[in-house]
Design a protein. Structure first.
Length: 185
């Protein structure tokens, strides 16, 4: 198993940046010795997601139109963690902003890279339990629909392709596995 970097970087050039991402183009020699270019999207925040489970195994979906997909998307509460902030604090903020929920119990479910062939974006997903309802505080760019559904229905939505958001899909399968193993009750 090869764990050292087989790529050689001859040059790099920042081709785009904004407050959320930067795009760098690399002049490279690939692992087989050929010349080429490689582009990398660097995310300036960590993605955070919150899988919510109440005492009756209901969860909450957030529906919104996603500009990048040109489509409507159902997903768990998600957002960004600014550099220097704690991911758990950002997850708590996103949960309150999007759903109005506050949770007493927090568990880190997983960390994942969302599209590692072109991006270095890291996601951290939490499980939130012991819920209390407050007033939602969405950002001005968000036009959200919140839906409370049984977790089993969310699993079905992932299975039928009604939910395609990668963080949500991964979190649903992780929670389903923990339930099957008897590690969540």
């Amino acid at each position: 198993m090869m764990e050292s970097n087989p790529w050689k970087i001859n040059a790099e050039k920042l081709v785009y940046h904004n407050p959320w991402i930067s795009v760098t183009e690399y002049d490279v020699i690939n692992p087989n010795g050929g010349k080429g270019i490689y582009g990398k999207v660097h995310f300036k925040n960590i993605a955070v997601g919150v899988m919510v489970l109440d005492e009756d195994f209901n969860t909450y979906l957030v529906g919104q139109y996603r500009f990048t997909l040109n489509a409507y998307s159902w997903e768990m509460p998600e957002g960004g963690c600014p550099v220097g902030s704690k991911p758990l604090d950002s997850a708590k903020r996103e949960l309150l902003e999007e759903t109005g929920l506050i949770a007493e119990e927090w568990t880190e479910l997983m960390q994942m890279h969302l599209s590692n062939s072109v991006s270095d974006e890291l996601a951290i997903i939490f499980l939130a339990r012991g819920l209390h309802q407050r007033e939602a505080e969405p950002e001005e760019t968000e036009q959200l629909v919140i839906k409370k559904i049984p977790f089993a229905e969310m699993v079905e939505m992932v299975g039928t392709g009604a939910i395609t958001d990668s963080m949500t899909v991964a979190a649903v399968y992780k929670v389903q596995l923990l339930l099957l193993q008897g590690k969540l009750n």
